[in-house]
Design a protein around this ligand. Structure first.
Ligand code: BGC
Length: 730
């Protein structure tokens, strides 16, 4: 897969994609047919269409057209839109082609047709806002830009949990907590789908590392899975109602995720009653009969298993015709439910890049986390005369994440605009923190040093009142980072600068949490994630105090790998060997079950570098007066801004279950962003969803609320919970 994608990407840069195709006008859609009656339910409309379809047409709807424009030599249908996937429509019945585009952090595949899309902050970053409205806006940007570009399906919506903080795709995912992650992705999907675009949630399930993702078999017991990774999917699906669920590359408990009866038929379609369709990850389909019977509804991107072989299996009776009808019904139902049939995305228009940038900047400003701020080094004082800005191409732009989430940078890679971009190379977007710092602080002389030579950077830092070191870390689909350390000698750079100037601020532009051997030597640290196209301005706004930081960590920062449930990424030493070789299968035993992230650190009594939920502000808050009702369904407390500037505090609520649960950790159960003026206090009441305090009972195959004592705690992070009360539920 990796090699194929590499070749694909190389082709992409070499071939002007679908430019040569002359497109006929599509036939006008006859809207007088019974299934075009929008007052009927999506299910009724799907059934009406199903009755009209021939066997060949049904088969056509359950697989893609191949790699299309992404691979030289593959056929490209006349109506192809240039995305990662296409399923041919049925024009005679007014059923459009499904045009799928990767869109984890913005729409990918816009550049081949010289269009442009907004690069949003990473999903992990946006999750740090703890703001469902920001997540909704995130999805809306993606949905409206997909629509403007002629796509009708997003294949984003990643929600694999951060079991391993070195996972190469963490920037595409919403962190380590199932409730925060599921809630965030659910709101992203809502935002996408409000644009009549089919949404997606992926990669179902346990695709929690990239190393050997096609040859690993994730081993996890059902209870732990339901209370962790699958809970994130359950919440995301319940909130967002995505049109599709993308099954993953890996195996789960011995079966491929895309032919896993327990995952697809039992949990997803059975327990959750999911009405949409299951689409395979790209080349993650391995069989015809087993996959069809286990619940896969659509093979992507081609038809090796769900083309002629499926037709034959239907004709021979190996796959019941009713199962094919069910696949097609689900796909048609999603097309109708999303509005993709009634409100097709045409004619194309140029997206609004200004609105997109403003939205991206707004989300970034809520996402950036102030990790440390001693001696009020931040915000930068307007009276500063000299500042050294060092490293990470901060003079030009900000880094973005790679792989199928890579959005095309306007003007090309900002650090090499004249060279065509390649798959898996760090791409910078033209949003320079240096430029915006200069705009904010016109009285200061702000000099840039590229940070390549720590000695020269230290000299620059020494001659300035404040030094700001930018450090970045490139992450991409297909591989993990072997350690938590910053790459490219940046730890040594920071040490050298901190030694030269005690007023050193570190700004991290990273896909993942990183270790910080220099943490005690610098007074201020800001985590900006991959901040997107508005990143430079957002960072400058936060550094100068034009915006007060309000983000909180959606993931634990560990001091070192030794503190993680698994000190090494599974199989990393054999990663290349194991790629795609079926003989190289190996088991990944998730023995920690649902106890990872802060739950691991808390129950193991380990001290993190920065805990889950942590984030500072330029003001201070106090918490008081916690009460909870007898069953811990609501909790009320007061938050007060005790500082001198306005701010927004993310107030967090955790509950520890009765001892019968066997859980020796708290669970995050609710939170709220609380805007407060200086001196202002607000009483807030948070509602706890019963699901978030349930345990999964495998014997009854259902959720259960345990009677007993619930410990309810409120505060500003998973490790700063000044308020606690206990209630006993019957
Ligand atoms: C990724 C998916 C992506 C697909 C299509 C796969 O390699 O895992 O997330 O949607 O490619 O590009």
């Amino acid at each position: 897969m990796i090699l194929r994608k590499l070749l694909t990407a190389l082709c992409l840069t070499a071939v002007p994609a679908i430019a040569q195709v002359t497109k006929p006008h599509p036939p006008p859609v006859d809207r007088s047919t019974p299934w075009m009656n929008a007052s009927l339910s999506p299910d009724a409309r799907a059934d009406l269409v199903l009755k009209q379809l021939t066997l060949d047409e049904k088969i056509q709807l359950v697989h893609g057209i191949g790699w299309g424009p992404l691979r030289e030599g593959d056929p490209v249908p006349a109506d192809n839109n240039g995305g990662a996937g296409q399923v041919l429509g049925i024009p005679r019945l007014g059923i459009p082609s499904i045009q799928q585009a990767d869109s984890a952090v913005g729409v990918r595949m816009s550049a081949p047709q010289s269009r442009y899309s907004t690069l949003l902050p990473s999903v992990l970053g946006a999750t740090a806002s703890w703001d469902p409205d920001a997540a909704h806006l995130y999805g809306d940007v993606i949905g409206r830009e997909l629509r403007a570009q002629g796509y009708n399906q997003s294949i984003g919506g990643g929600v694999d949990l951060a079991r391993d903080p070195r996972n190469g795709r963490l920037f595409e995912y919403p962190g380590e907590d199932p409730v925060l992650a599921g809630t965030t992705v659910g709101h992203v999907i809502m935002g996408v789908q409000q644009n009549h675009i089919m949404g997606d949630i992926k990669h179902y399930a346990m695709n929690d590392q990239e190393t050997a993702r096609t040859t690993l078999d994730a081993q996890i017991d059902h209870k732990a899975a339901r209370e962790s990774d699958l809970l994130a999917f359950e919440i995301g699906i319940r909130l967002g109602h995505p049109a599709s669920v993308m099954c993953a590359y890996n195996k789960v408990n011995g079966d491929w995720a895309c032919e896993n009866d327990w995952l697809l038929n039992h949990v997803l379609k059975g327990n959750w009653n999911y009405p949409g369709f299951v689409v395979s990850d790209w080349e993650a389909t391995h069989t015809t009969v087993k996959a069809a019977k286990a619940g896969l509804d659509m093979q992507m991107p081609g038809q090796e298993f769900f083309g002629a072989p499926l037709k034959q299996a239907i004709q021979s009776g190996e796959v019941p015709p009713a199962r094919l009808d069910d696949m097609v019904h689900r796909i048609l139902r999603s097309l109708f439910a999303s509005g993709a049939v009634d409100n097709p995305p045409s004619p194309r228009k140029v997206i609004d890049p200004f609105r997109g940038r403003d939205d991206a900047q707004h989300i970034a400003e809520e996402s950036i986390v102030l990790l440390k701020n001693e001696n009020s080094v931040l915000p930068l004082s307007p009276s500063l005369k000299t500042i050294a800005v060092i490293g990470a191409h901060a003079d030009v732009g900000v880094m973005s994440g790679g792989g199928s989430a890579q959005v095309d940078a306007p003007g090309g890679n900002a650090i090499a605009p004249d060279r065509p971009t390649r798959w898996n190379e760090p791409i910078y977007f033209p949003s320079s923190p240096l430029r915006f710092l200069r705009e904010h602080l016109p009285n200061a002389s702000i000099q840039f040093n590229d940070g390549k030579d720590p000695a020269s950077a230290a000299a620059a830092a020494k001659s300035a009142e404040v030094a700001i070191v930018f450090a970045d870390q490139y992450m991409s689909e297909g591989s993990d980072h072997p350690t938590l350390a910053l790459p490219n000698n940046q730890d040594a750079l920071i040490e050298a600068v901190a030694k030269a100037n005690p007023r050193t601020v570190v700004v991290l532009i990273t896909g993942n949490p990183v270790s910080m051997p220099w943490v005690a030597s610098v007074p201020a640290i800001m985590e900006a994630w991959y901040p997107g196209i508005g990143g430079g301005q957002a960072i400058a706004n936060l550094l100068t105090g034009a915006v007060n930081p309000s983000g909180k960590l959606p993931i634990t920062f560990a001091k070192s790998e030794a503190d993680l449930p698994h000190p090494k990424v599974f199989g990393i030493e054999y990663a290349k060997l194991r790629e795609h070789d079926p003989k190289q299968f190996f088991e990944v035993p998730y023995k920690e079950g649902a106890r990872f992230g802060y739950k691991w650190f808390d129950s193991e009594k380990k001290q993190p570098l920065f805990p889950f939920g942590h984030g500072l502000s330029y003001t201070t808050y106090t918490y008081s007066g916690l009460t909870a009702d007898a069953s811990a369904r609501t909790a009320t407390f007061t938050v007060k801004n005790t500082g001198k500037v306005a701010g927004t505090e993310v107030a967090e609520l955790y509950i520890q279950l009765p001892s019968a649960s066997g859980e020796n950790f708290r669970r995050l159960v609710a939170w709220q962003r609380v805007p407060l003026n200086p001196g202002e206090s607000k009483e807030i009441t948070l509602t706890v969803d019963p699901l978030f305090v349930s345990v999964f009972n495998t014997a009854s195959d259902n959720w259960q609320i345990l009677p007993g004592e619930y410990t309810v705690s409120a505060g500003s992070s998973s490790r700063d919970l000044p308020l606690t009360t206990k209630v006993t539920a019957q």
